[in-house]
Ligand binder design. Structure first.
Ligand code: ZN
Length: 163
């Protein structure tokens, strides 16, 4: 097993854009950044909270909306606790709900229908308010990527809009 720290060493920002819109005298900034990282297991839960918080801070936007999106169909994004037992529970429960072998139609052309279905069930984006430079979230709500078809390169996009 790789530690979470080791897993994230490959994480690097490779694209970001910043815009400023002025409408009706109100200055609205937008900030977009794409992070790239590698999963190391077929199925695993990866905590990217530090990277998301750092990127949101870089935006300089104090009040607005944060949109975090995982642009993939065979992995998922959720807000939940970064605790080893719970992360294994999440993987186990998803396997219970969607077994790897289920006679799925998609497996006739690919071999990862279960990963698509788990991604569809969990979702792939979250939207949170930013108030007074703080992302409004629960104490135990970490940004967790749920890999279901690894190992592979993955991207995470972070969009912030506000003032
Ligand atoms: Zn597929």
């Amino acid at each position: 097993m790789f530690s979470t720290k080791l897993r994230l060493e490959g994480l690097s920002p490779f694209l970001f854009m910043r815009h400023q819109l002025i409408q009706n005298g109100i200055s609205i900034k937008t900030w977009f950044k794409e992070l790239s990282f590698s999963s190391r297991e077929g199925r695993e839960v990866i905590d990217l909270t530090d990277q998301v918080l750092e990127t949101a801070k870089q935006s300089g936007i104090k009040n607005g909306l944060l949109v975090v999106q995982l642009p993939h169909a065979t992995a998922a994004l959720m807000l939940n606790e970064d605790e080893e037992g719970l992360k294994q529970d999440i993987l186990n429960k998803l396997d219970d709900l969607v077994p790897a072998q289920g006679g799925y139609q998609h497996d006739r052309i690919d071999d990862n229908a279960h990963a698509h279905l788990k991604s569809a069930l969990v979702g792939s984006s979250v939207v949170l308010p930013i108030v007074d430079s703080q992302i409004v979230r629960g104490t135990w709500q970490s940004f967790l990527v749920v890999e279901q078809d690894g190992p592979r390169r993955r991207r995470l996009t972070i969009f912030v809009m506000g003032e």
